[in-house]
Write a protein that binds this ligand. Structure first.
Ligand code: M6R
Length: 624
């Protein structure tokens, strides 16, 4: 959570920083701030505001001056309420610092600094870190005046303070540091939270995500954990935590900057829903088998080695990515006949999971930086279990650390509610399950399944032609107190995902349930103020779902059915019915989730909610 931006260069510094923060605002948006260093020897200027980046942008309108560089931050509060004083950057002597992540032992460090006479103005762990660095840096000077040092001495003074500081601090975090009197330089530490750096001949850019840098450059360094950096215009040095220099290769990012604009849509979420046909096509493109070639993955040798002898598959993920994994369980079990477990990452990492010698652990993540998912992956790697990732953000920690990465090609997903990333996860997991089944000889007609999968983008286009109907239906849900989304088989994880979409952007009470489970408790919720969205694509559990529908009806629940055009037995039992194209069993999750996404959007819009930035949420959950 939280977004970090840093810039040194000839452009208007506050414009570059604010532009970066706006593109990172999905990471946190309860307060924001900048520290701007003037070209002259005047004091560094700090501006901080409670609320959105737009409030900071307004506050900066009155600021004049010629600035050489700056650091900026948009916050998702962990320690201390959202307030101006708790907003970043924090200042301690010459040190200006922004921070992402958590300093676990900050109270201990704070008390030690307080014993030395240090006073604090905020409740944050960040301010403690700033004072710690400044305290160490000052002591290292041993009475010498910082201004009197040569440039290499100044740089080494800061680097040494970062080295000692990181030894004292516990937790997963990233910091970006600017030091008054050291114009043209920025420093930072990647200790478990992402940092990306890039340079041009006349400038230096730092960000917590590639989106911060994207309009300015496409070649970037994704800093691995345990990296300290010192940067200046056209120059970046990377060190390990003992300050031994190291090389970090540059990665080329082919995300075009127009992908991070709304492109005429009211919200990123709506734009991203409509992008689903094309990003699913991009994700499958070049990977599905042709007559001559089998499935094509980026590194075929690693892929074959990963799945050789697999006897058990363990998926781990959070939120929407977890529901994609839960859907994939049905694919892998049916086609590849592998026992599959699916765990929430926050549970998995603390419950001492059992691995067999040939277990494969797969993590699914849009951002590739979700703290619990990353920790689960590292746990598996520590246990020497083979791992793979299904990850969307290139260069992210999860995509780099897993043994094999199957990249989804959803492009940047800005809306906090995940939509297109989910569809691409389902598409790639489906193709993967088919290929693993092919290799194991458990799916004879794998070519047919792959051909069927290739039709998804077209079917999605067809579903989206009905978008107005789904949006209007969503708006009409306003009258219900509770919304249940129910289904069986593949529709069970989709019901969970549909309910998550409704709650996170409209704040309405919604529950996803396995239809057969209703009578074990949740049926008590049903009365005339309840709407049940029943997902029933005429599959082999369809008749069972119809019986569950009757149970809802008998208790006065209002029923919205989602099914195929020709399914009279279902249609006639529903109060309202939304028809979807007929499709093979494995395609239904990708098709049925789209009306649910649009209904959630329609409801949230009707209720006047902040759709792209729902309250209390952040796109990338980089804290536990
Ligand atoms: O980046 P990840 O896929 O690892 O994120 C996982 C969840 O935090 C994410 O899916 C979250 O649940 C979304 N807000 C759902 O819309």
């Amino acid at each position: 959570m939280c977004g970090i931006v840093g810039y040194v260069g000839p452009k208007n510094v506050s414009e570059v920083l604010i532009g970066g923060l706006e593109r990172l605002e999905y990471r946190g948006y309860d307060s924001a701030g900048v520290a701007l260093m003037p070209h002259s020897k005047e004091d560094v200027l700090i501006k901080r505001c409670v609320g959105r980046v737009s409030a900071l942008k307004d506050a900066l309108k009155s600021v004049t001056g010629d600035f050489a560089q700056g650091i900026a931050h948009t916050r998702w509060a962990t320690h201390g309420v959202p307030s101006e004083v708790n907003a970043h950057p924090h200042k301690a002597g010459r040190t200006f610092l922004v921070h992402n992540g958590i300093i676990e032992n900050y109270l201990e460090i704070k008390e030690e600094l307080q014993r030395q006479g240090q006073e604090f103005e905020s409740q944050t762990d960040t301010e403690v870190f700033a004072h710690l660095i400044e305290n160490i840096r000052y002591k290292l000077l041993a009475g010498r005046d910082f201004e009197s040092l040569s440039l290499p001495e100044k740089i080494s003074n800061v680097l040494e303070s970062l080295k000692i500081g990181t030894q004292k601090v516990e937790g997963h975090y990233a910091i970006l540091v600017m030091v008054a009197g050291l114009e043209g330089h920025l420093f930072g530490v990647q200790a478990g939270a992402p940092l990306v750096a890039g340079k041009l001949t006349d400038s230096l850019y730092i960000g917590s995500d590639l989106q911060a840098l994207l309009p300015h450059l496409s070649d970037m360094h994704f800093l691995p954990a345990k990296t300290i950096f010192a940067g200046q215009i056209n120059h970046l040095d990377f060190y390990d935590f003992d300050l031994k220099k190291k090389e970090i290769p540059m990665s080329r990012i082919d995300w075009s900057p127009d992908k991070i604009a709304k492109g005429g849509f009211d919200h990123f979420m709506l734009k991203e829903i409509f992008e689903q046909p094309s990003v699913v096509a991009d994700t499958l493109s070049g990977r599905l088998p042709t007559e001559e070639l089998g499935f094509l993955w980026d590194d075929l040798e690693k892929h074959k080695d990963l799945w050789k002898n697999v006897d058990r598959l363990h998926f781990v993920a959070c939120g929407t990515a977890y529901y994609a994994a839960l859907t994939a369980k049905y694919f892998f079990e049916k086609w590849a006949r592998i026992p599959v477990e699916v765990d929430l990452a926050s549970e998995f990492r603390y419950r001492n999971p059992v691995f067999t010698q040939n277990t494969v652990v797969g993590v699914v993540s849009q951002s590739g930086e979700t703290a619990d998912t990353l920790a689960a992956l590292r746990l598996a790697l520590d246990e020497k279990v083979k791992t793979f990732a299904v990850c969307n953000v290139p260069g992210s920690s999860i995509s780099r650390e897993a043994n094999v990465n199957y990249q989804t090609k959803a492009g940047p997903e800005i809306g906090v509610a995940s939509t297109k990333a989910f569809s691409t996860q389902l598409a790639i997991l489906s193709a993967l399950a088919q290929d693993v089944a092919r290799m194991r000889g458990t799916l004879v007609n794998w070519q047919n399944e792959a051909e069927s999968l290739a039709r998804v983008p077209l079917l999605l286009e067809q579903v989206l032609t009905q978008s107005k109907t789904y949006l209007d239906m969503g708006a009409s849900l306003e009258r219900f107190k509770t919304i249940l989304v129910v289904g069986r088989g593949l529709m069970y994880p989709i019901s969970l995902e549909g309910a998550l979409k409704i709650k996170e952007i409209s704040y309405r009470h919604a529950e996803g349930y396995a239809a057969g489970e209703l009578k074990h408790g949740p049926i008590a919720l049903i009365d005339s103020s309840t709407c049940a969205i029943v997902l029933n694509p005429k599959d082999d559990v369809s008749a069972k779902t119809l019986s569950n529908l009757q149970e809802i009806k008998a208790r006065s629940g209002w029923i919205i059915g989602l099914g195929v055009e020709k399914h009279d037995a279902f249609r006639k039992e529903c109060n309202e019915y939304l028809a979807l194209p007929e499709a093979d069993w494995a395609l239904s999750p990708m098709l049925y989730v789209v009306p649910l996404q649009l209904m959630a959007y329609g409801l949230a819009k009707q209720l006047g909610c902040d759709i792209d930035k729902p309250r209390n949420l952040a796109k990338s959950v980089t804290v536990e």
